[in-house]
Design a protein around this ligand. Structure first.
Ligand SMILES: *[C@@H]1O[C@H](CO)[C@@H](O)[C@H](O)[C@H]1NC(C)=O
Length: 539
């Protein structure tokens, strides 16, 4: 009777010993990544989260160099990483890309002799399925990629002082085709291309010096982009590697270009708030900038609108002007002829010149022939500068949607201000010309004809508003069309964007000319009035 509890006790002890043994083995093995600067911190956080999500008990070690801030180290520690400081290993190559200064540091994973085995992953990878079976791989395992080269993005390494010292001895003599660690490793393991593929369920004996890993362990996004699909069984995919040069998954715009970035962003969203304000991969500084960027243009516009419009055109937002706006929009569709200033804004400059002649019986050379071309140039330069400006001020690592919204907001506002300034300049120019040439020679009927239905300021502004809105709509539809239509292939996507861009450019050509001409004539008409009244902000 007494033997049963004793048996249970023995079993429990045995189980405990076994567990302890497993735990000990687990800490002899580690996932390792490298971090040179704060730019890649989010990548390491997401990688760590994706590894922990596979349920591993092994150590997660990040080797950080001097370029990483204390805050980032604390953050990674709070995320569960073991943070180890390392000094950079200088790159012996004279000819190499500038960013490769410290990449030889990666060789230091061969010196992590406190671990029996390490699985190394680049900071721009994400684990989508457990890769614990990699720890059974031999002394050195990596992927072959792009012909016969070994890719150092995912490697299994058995740290060894002997190997590391041997590498250090040869570091100056062995060539590196990349000018970095990857090239060096390709020279060091010169016969790597001939290695057998590692099969977790069927390990080779005796253990070979090097083994190749299946593409599943280092699936290159570049390859996905070519075929718009994974060329391996997608369900079996283990590690995605975001190799596309500057298109890193943490930059907000890549999610709009590269479909597999969605996988990365999904993991990012689940990041815990290990330090205040860092949940979902946010960072407190960017959050503040984003808030300011969202609110600032709104305040700016409200202020400007109040300043220059509200006081002079109190009815601008009234129902009456909305009706006028609708009437005017319909009018445009119905007939071009009724609006001389409209046809004057023809796309080609010759059409423009003709109508200019037709319009300016007595007052010749009021509009120089290059007027339209300059207006178009001004609008395109404004658009280009606005885009570049918006892109520069938006933090890079925010969420894709936030980035896109901010991009729209700031591009529109900057364009509005820039091209608006140009129109104001043209308006002043109109005033100036009128005073020079003697606009009074024009009789009132002709004046009426030139200016079409532009009877008062608010109608001009409505005209402008119409163009602004159409431009904005075309821009938004262009950018969102691939998403709305479910187009994921890069080239189809680019094709759609280009098509939308052409439509937008044509419309901009047309409307910028028209707006500039209207502004000019408006200046002439109001040469006396406007001295005392400020021009509307919209125009
Ligand atoms: C390699 O590891 C040993 C033992 O941990 C350490 O003393 C040595 O400084 C390391 N070498 C380099 C170049 O980091």
């Amino acid at each position: 009777m007494g033997s049963r509890p004793r048996l249970a006790l023995v079993a429990a002890l045995a189980a405990a010993a076994l567990l302890a043994g497993v735990a000990a083995a687990a800490t002899e093995e580690a996932y390792v990544t490298l971090l040179y600067g704060d730019e890649f911190v989010l990548g390491v956080r997401v990688l760590g989260k994706s590894i922990r999500d596979t349920g591993t008990r092994r150590d997660l070690v990040v080797l950080v160099s001097d370029g990483v801030s204390d805050y980032s180290r604390k953050l990674l520690q709070a995320d569960g990483w073991i943070v180890k400081h390392i000094t950079l290993l200088a790159n012996p190559n004279q000819v190499r890309p500038k960013r490769f200064w410290g990449v030889y540091t990666k060789l230091k994973i061969f010196n992590m002799t406190s671990y029996r085995k390490v699985v190394y992953l680049d900071a721009d990878t994400v684990v989508v399925k457990s890769i614990e079976d990699l720890f059974k791989c031999g002394k050195f395992c990596g992927n072959l990629k792009h012909s016969e080269r070994m890719n150092s993005g995912v490697m299994v390494v058995e740290p060894s002082e002997t190997v590391f010292k041997d590498m250090m001895r040869q570091i100056d003599s062995l060539p590196s085709y990349t000018g970095g660690d990857q090239g060096f490793l390709n020279s060091y393991y010169a016969d790597f291309a001939n290695s057998h593929v590692y099969e977790p369920d069927n390990p080779s004996t005796p253990e070979p010096e090097t083994q190749r890993l299946s593409t599943l362990y280092n699936a290159d996004v570049g390859l996905y982009m070519l075929a718009n699909k994974w060329m391996v069984d997608e369900k079996e995919l283990r590690v995605i590697h975001y190799t596309l040069g500057p298109l890193k998954p943490w930059d907000w715009w890549t999610a709009w270009l590269v479909k597999p970035v969605g996988v990365w962003q999904d993991v990012r969203q689940t990041l815990e708030e290990s330090l205040p304000g860092t949940g979902g991969g946010r960072n407190p500084h960017d959050q503040l900038v984003v808030k300011v960027l969202f609110i600032l243009p709104v305040l700016l516009l409200l202020f400007g609108y109040y300043q220059s419009c509200f006081q002079t055109n109190k009815d601008l937002l009234s129902i009456r002007s909305l009706c006028a706006f609708a009437r005017r929009a319909r009018y445009k569709y119905k007939s071009d002829e009724a609006l001389p200033s409209y046809s004057a804004a023809g796309v080609s400059s010759s059409a423009f010149a003709n109508s200019d002649q037709r319009l300016s019986h007595g007052t010749h050379s009021r509009l120089p022939s290059y007027f339209g071309a300059i207006a178009v140039l001004a609008s395109f330069v404004s658009a280009g500068v606005s885009l570049a400006f918006a892109f520069t001020i938006i933090p890079q690592q925010i969420m894709p949607w936030t980035g896109l919204l901010l991009m729209f907001e700031w591009t529109f506002v900057s364009f509005f201000l820039l091209f608006g300034s140009y129109l104001r300049f043209v308006y002043r120019w109109g005033i100036l010309c009128a005073n020079h040439v003697g606009y009074s020679r024009l009789d009132s009927s002709e004046n009426h004809m030139i200016t079409g239905r532009h009877h008062n300021t608010s109608e001009c502004d409505i005209d402008a508003t119409f163009y602004w809105i159409v431009m904005a709509i075309i821009a938004i539809v262009t950018v969102l069309s691939p998403t709305l239509l479910g187009v994921t292939a890069l080239f189809a996507k680019l094709g759609l964007m280009v098509a939308g861009g052409v439509v937008l450019a044509s419309f901009m050509t047309y409307s910028s000319e028209h707006l500039a001409i209207s502004a000019f004539y408006k200046g002439q008409r109001e040469r006396n009035v406007s001295r005392t009244r400020s021009i509307c902000f919209l125009f």
